[in-house]
Ligand binder design. Structure first.
Ligand code: EPU
Length: 340
């Protein structure tokens, strides 16, 4: 266990914001976590559980306790002729899980390669890319209730996954801390190449899961700035989901507007717009205000060139939201959790 006072979070948020927390605690097993949860002093404080900090925007110092798991590990929990169930500690880096799976030829999460963050947070956020969401492969998660200490397993249905959404992001769900995640992978690999970019790059016979993961990684490296080099939290906004009428109205004014049917929605059909396209069309790509900016490589990614504060990033985000609202009448919602 590690407990630090007045601790800098600069290396615990991928925007590299130099905010401090009153307390920082890392636990190596559930007993240590239990001790902290039962401690009367810490119970009085505001608390926040973080993963790798790849989806957080700290706007100010944190006057409370930040808790981080160090419980890692990937093991096979169950196998059948067709499937493998992996049990993964919440602190396991997500991309290590992907590499573990693809190197064994197990299919299901290869499209989610090279996404920063840890396995527990991947479930909270229901990370997604290239037509696949983590929630499709999550069998269940084990979680502990922060107030009562109750430990229970949530089935995939109880996790209520949606686009970058789960039960764990709702007010009731925020009281549950994920300890481990079970993933259901296929022994037979069936490529998911719904995205034209992937289909074109991978038009070859005998495709392997490793090749898909490598190609996704290469695409991501070419499009998205590396948070180790330039502070960012990936997509800063959700792609807005709108109805068909809105798409028609917008397409009359902006014929090039990309819109894709939003998965899992029933009638009337909903469509996902590309927030990156909307922001780009408003002229923000590459824009810089002090050390806060919009990546010149991808309009959906806000970046910290060095000394930006969370407030600077948030201020820029609000200006972008206003301009997209004014030009297209569409509201953008931030994807990272903003910690005020
Ligand atoms: N576009 C522009 N200008 C830009 C960037 C994008 O016009 O600067 C337009 C293009 O038309 C492009 C379209 O937007 O074809 C979509 O862009 P991209 O394929 O990069 O995907 P995205 O919709 O911007 C989403 C996810 C990403 C995920 C990719 C691939 C969200 C909020 N973001 O981005 O996830 O990797 O699809 O599936 O859903 C993340 O969540 O941090 C993230 C990177």
């Amino acid at each position: 266990m590690r407990i630090e006072k007045n601790f800098s979070l600069k290396d615990h948020n991928t925007f590299h914001l130099p905010v401090r927390t009153r307390w920082f605690m890392e636990y190596d097993n559930e007993d240590e976590l239990g001790r902290i949860l039962r401690d009367e002093y810490f119970q009085e404080l505001r608390s926040l559980h973080i993963g790798a900090g790849s989806n957080l925007l700290f706007v100010a110092d944190f006057n409370g306790i930040i808790v981080h798991s160090r419980i890692r590990g990937i093991r096979v929990a169950r196998e059948t002729d067709t499937e493998v169930i992996l049990r993964i500690g919440a602190a396991e880096p997500w991309d290590d899980v992907v590499r573990y799976a693809v190197s064994r030829g197990w299919g299901g999460i290869e499209n989610l390669s090279h996404i920063p963050g840890e396995a527990g947070a991947a479930a909270v956020q229901n990370i997604g890319a290239y037509g696949v969401e983590a929630g499709e492969r999550i069998d269940s998660v084990a979680a502990i209730h922060l107030q009562t200490g109750e430990r229970r397993r949530f089935t995939a249905a109880e996790c209520a996954f949606g686009y970058r959404q789960s039960f764990f992001k709702t007010p009731a769900g925020r009281d549950w801390l994920i300890l481990s995640v079970r993933l259901r992978l296929s022994r037979t690999f069936v490529p998911r190449l719904d995205y034209a970019e992937l289909r074109t790059a991978l038009a070859m016979p005998g495709l392997t899961a490793v090749q898909v993961a490598d190609t996704v990684e290469a695409i991501r490296r070419s499009k998205l700035p590396d948070p180790a080099v330039l502070g960012n939290a990936g997509s800063f906004f959700h792609n807005p989901v709108v109805d068909g009428e809105t798409v028609e109205r917008l397409r009359r004014l902006h014929p090039g507007l990309p819109a894709h049917p939003a998965a899992g929605d029933d009638t009337p059909a909903n469509f996902k717009l590309s927030a990156g396209w909307l922001i780009d069309a408003c002229g923000w790509k590459g824009h810089r205000e002090g050390d806060a900016g919009v990546s010149p490589r991808h309009a959906l990614v806000l970046v910290n060139y060095g000394e930006a504060t969370g407030r600077d990033i948030l201020h820029l985000a609000r200006r972008i939201q206003d301009s997209v609202q004014e030009r297209f009448g569409v509201q953008l919602r931030p994807e990272p959790v903003v910690i005020l």
